[in-house]
Write a protein that binds this ligand. Sequence first.
Ligand SMILES: [Zn+2]
Length: 98
Amino acid sequence: MPLKYQSYGCRFKCGHKHSSNYWLIFRHEEQCWYNPEVKSCITCRHGELVHDSCTSFCGYEITERWEYRTCDVDPDIEFDGIKPQINCINWEEICHAN
Ligand SMILES: [Zn+2]
């Protein structure tokens, strides 16, 4: 008879690894970038993760791809790679209406 294990996962479905430790996931959720209360770029209507690429031909084709974040409200934000800002004063909920 197989053993039954119970595990917890982030309710914001960020892809965070599941754990059998309830409090580990609970504390994660409080800081999860997908938690609207954290006010990160990921849940903000002004934030965007841009996928960019550049193809060059120097004898053979080379395609470079990279991602970066932008903010419609404050273009001066210097992002640390693709890490979103959190607790942003310009944060606004993503509007799901048409
Ligand atoms: Zn999460």
